[in-house]
Design a protein. Sequence first.
Length: 255
Amino acid sequence: MLRKLVALAFSLNRLGRKVEAGKVAALAGGVFMHIGGPAGSGKTSLLEEIEAKYPQIICKDLDEFDQEAEEILGLNPNWKGSEELWERWGEESYRIKQDLLDRFISSHLDQKIILAGIESEGEYSLQIYPQHSILLDTSAAESLSRRIKRDKEIAGNSGFWDDPESLESELQENEKIIQDLTSSGYLSLSPDQVMELIDKEMNNLDKLAAYNKPRNGKKRWSVKYKRKINCSNPKGFSQKAYRKRKGRGGGYKGE
């Protein structure tokens, strides 16, 4: 059913009626988590840790959509530093990124998705609709310090950090990102706390899978089917037996 809804959303979009396929999927549980924070806050490292522990989770850095959009538009990686190019291509770039994001989400409807990265710049923002919106609990100054250390390893000892005004501007930008995410309802958590949240979710999924596993070689009712049973008016012997089990706590005899 969900796949049909997403397909319908794409069809309506082609007809000019804006329906976000990503929103359809996300509201149905597609995007489990979005991890935000300034550059250097630890988003990429945390994604790698999650991916290593839970390969069944689909992890994606939003920067990858940036790169794809740049390739489509034929822009170089530094184009955002030009006010003229940003004025000309900013809106179109985000439209393309939103389309790429929607298609990515709709192609992984049966899996947990965790996204990380900056979702907004200036007046433009990606529509993600995650179940959990997380801001990594790293200060603006600490994030900047980590970024400088990383960039020095990549680009050498010369960079924006040599200019006091540029350094102050980057620090203010980090503070703005943190403020914007906080005001948007993002929950500030440490990487360890994020992992605990994911561990809990995956443990719940394992319990649900075990609960629905066939017992003694017999087909077991799904949770969806059980929720449809009217215990006030059960139909047949099996549903009546289920009502009795539910009345005594839901356990089976001998368990």
